[in-house]
Ligand binder design. Structure first.
Ligand code: Q9C
Ligand code: ZN
Length: 661
């Protein structure tokens, strides 16, 4: 399984033939710059490269009227003056004799990508296309867009594979009004767009781009617009959580991947760094079993575009995300926008009514069940599989990245059912040092714990030195707390700037734990939330899926992003109570803010059950299902509200969660 890259050189053929400052930015070099970037960084060769084929007329008809398709077809034979005259009938559009061919390739590429992902040939992928699509409508070109590539992909996924819930995330700086119109009354396609709006004074200047447009009829609540009203917010990282959609539980995620919100872009004039796109991608990867199809939309600064595309592809391939730099403080205008979305959407989403955090999907099927079902149910979906298989063979020949997930266990490796690609750590060095640590904590380690401690310290060093991406270690139940103490001290001794400790179960805060801002200690245990300081606090483990998701999305993730740790210690101590899927989701979510550098320490009684899914999550696979969605209890909400109210003065990203009703 891997990442598909769909492309065809012919899509560089269409270009502006006359003077028009508005349209000249949509140029062929956009594609070549993006592709060169991928080649230079060795990313292209790690992808399954598919050559785009034209969408058929019938396929275009899934979205567009026959008259409009015929009109675009006719442009092939028009001369320059006629092309110019026709172009002027639309808003921000130019036609070229090759437009029809390119636009059919662009649409075809999006459909091929859906085929590759839904037949299971790849996990995810990106279609690098021109012209873009999200402004195009049933019978109109608009904003450089001719055929609506992403809308066609969604219709295709519904029609050919019978999908019932598709999430479209549109992170282009412009509102994709074309997609919104096409699915306005369709509850099977949730369209989420954030875009620059400036209270209506940013192109395309439409009132229906505002937060109060929620869809119509059956589709109410399935259009979600998040308009930005201030061009230069202090920070662009406030928005990570808005991605998470309440119990929609998509079967496929389509991304209208425009990069005109990236720093340097002449059209968007925003400041998102390339790393932001890695984080956005990684956050989406916990949805839909990781089935993400991204299709290029805007992005007009060639270097910025290339870097952002590389960040996205790197993340799709499973590489860890580089850290987000900058002040983690949401600006007032962004908070107001988020509030207005919440107000507009609350009637339609139970999780918003609970007013803690909009909750991401709790998949009701595991990824495995899903792909089987998809393959089994559709009579037509065997098509792409055959044609892809020779290419798939090549994928297996590629070497895995040198660093990966490692495991050191008191339990025999064979008992853990580790997924392929995960290293079982056998040896242990650091003898003297281990003993020195153990002497310091004399009463807390048994002799037989020493070998384990040595291995764990090796893992920690491996992560901090960049030789290992992340790791799982087991300890005896009694030694878990002491091991965690040693690990914290060793992180500090090795000059870690900030260490985030997420401790579950009966693990007491180390007595001598410094409160100097280098350690953020969160204990998830017990009955009540409690705060010792802005860096040391605890909260109960919710028993509902809604409560658990609110804890992760509304508390743990904003804290982790705000803290910007260089190391995460995730400790599952005695009576931690975490289920498989919960542990996997927690680990998967914690990867983003720390560039993957997580050491998970698990007391040995529960490791046999947890090891496999925990290792998979750390390795970058989508976590398994949390089970059916259940509403958070009033007590669970109360605990989270208590913490949020007291902590948000220091941890500003907590402000993104809605205020109490
Ligand atoms: N001076 C896409 O990004 N120009 N289309 C607006 C502002 C049109 C953008 C005028 C922008 C179209 C796919
Ligand atoms: Zn755009």
């Amino acid at each position: 399984m891997g990442t598909a890259l769909v492309y065809h050189e012919d899509m560089t053929a269409t270009r502006l033939l006359w003077d028009d400052p508005e349209c000249e930015i949509e140029c062929p070099e956009r594609l070549t710059a993006a592709l060169d970037g991928l080649r230079q960084r060795g990313l292209e060769e790690r992808c399954l490269c598919l050559s785009a084929c034209e969408a058929s007329e019938e396929e275009l008809g899934l979205v567009h009227s026959p008259e409009y398709i015929a009109l675009v077809q006719k442009t092939q034979t028009l001369d320059k003056e006629e092309l110019h005259a026709l172009s002027k009938q639309y808003n921000a559009v130019y036609f070229h004799p090759d437009t029809f061919h390119c636009a059919r390739l662009a649409a075809g590429a999006a459909l091929q990508l859906v085929d590759a992902v839904l037949t299971g040939a790849v996990h995810n992928g990106l279609a690098l296309v021109r012209p873009p699509g999200h402004h195009s409508q049933r019978a109109a070109a608009n904003g450089f867009c001719v055929f609506n590539n992403v809308a066609l992909a969604a219709k295709h996924a519904k029609q050919k594979y019978g999908l019932q819930r598709i999430l479209i995330v549109d992170w282009d700086v412009h509102h994709g009004q074309g997609i919104q119109y096409i699915f306005n009354d369709d509850p099977s396609v949730l369209y989420f767009s954030w875009h620059r709006y400036e209270h209506g004074s940013f192109w395309p200047f439409l009132p229906e781009s505002d937060a109060d447009a929620v869809g119509q009829g059956q589709g109410q609540g399935f259009t979600v617009n998040l308009p930005w009203n201030q061009a230069y917010p202090e920070s662009h990282c406030e928005d990570w959580r808005v991605e998470s959609h309440s119990s929609f539980d998509p079967e496929l995620v389509l991304v209208s991947a425009g990069f005109d919100s990236a720093i340097g872009d002449p059209e968007g004039q925003m400041q998102a760094t390339p790393e932001c796109f890695a984080h956005l991608t990684q956050l989406l990867q916990v949805l839909a079993g990781g089935r993400i199809c991204a299709v290029l939309e805007g992005g007009y600064h060639l270097e910025s575009l290339a870097q952002s595309v590389c960040m996205m592809v790197q993340t799709l391939l499973g590489d860890p995300t580089p850290p987000l730099l900058g002040l983690m403080v949401p600006c007032q205008s962004a908070l107001e926008s988020i509030q207005s979305v919440q107000t507009a959407q609350t009637p339609y989403w139970t999780s918003l009514q609970q007013n803690v955090a909009p909750v991401l999907s709790s998949s009701t099927h595991s990824p495995e069940e899903r792909s089987l079902r998809l393959l089994g149910e559709s009579p037509t979906c065997a098509v792409a599989e055959d044609s892809l298989s020779p290419l798939l063979d090549q994928l297996c020949l590629r070497p895995a990245p040198p660093i990966c997930t490692a495991v050191a266990s008191t339990v025999p490796g064979a008992a853990l059912c580790l997924p392929p690609g995960v290293l079982h750590q056998e040896g242990s060095v650091l003898r003297e040092e281990t003993e020195a640590w153990a002497r310091l904590h004399k009463s807390r380690f048994q002799d037989e714990d020493l070998a384990t401690l040595g291995k764990i310290l090796c893992l920690l060093d491996g992560i901090m030195d960049g030789q290992i991406r992340n790791a799982i270690a087991t300890t005896t139940a009694l030694a878990t707390a002491a091991t965690l103490d040693v690990l914290i001290q060793r992180c500090l001794a090795r000059r870690a700037q900030r260490v985030l400790c997420v401790a579950l179960g009966q693990l007491d805060r180390p007595l001598d734990l410094a409160d100097d801002g280098r350690i953020l200690w969160l204990n998830i245990r017990g009955k009540d939330a409690a705060i010792q300081s802005m860096f040391h606090f605890s909260t109960p483990l919710p028993q509902t899926t809604g409560g658990f998701l609110s804890l992760i999305l509304g508390l743990v993730l904003p804290l982790a992003y705000g803290f910007q740790p260089d190391m995460v210690l995730m400790a599952l101590g005695p009576a931690h109570g975490l289920q498989n899927a919960q542990a996997a989701l927690l680990a998967a979510m914690l990867r983003s803010p720390v560039g993957g550098r997580i050491l998970a320490v698990v007391e040995e009684e529960s490791i046999r059950l947890l090891a496999r899914s925990l290792a998979q999550a750390l390795h970058g696979e989508t976590p398994p299902s949390l089970g059916p969605f259940s509403k958070a209890t009033p007590e669970e909400i109360q605990a989270l509200m208590f913490l949020k109210a007291r902590l948000e003065a220091r941890w500003k990203l907590l402000q993104v969660a809605a205020p109490p009703p």
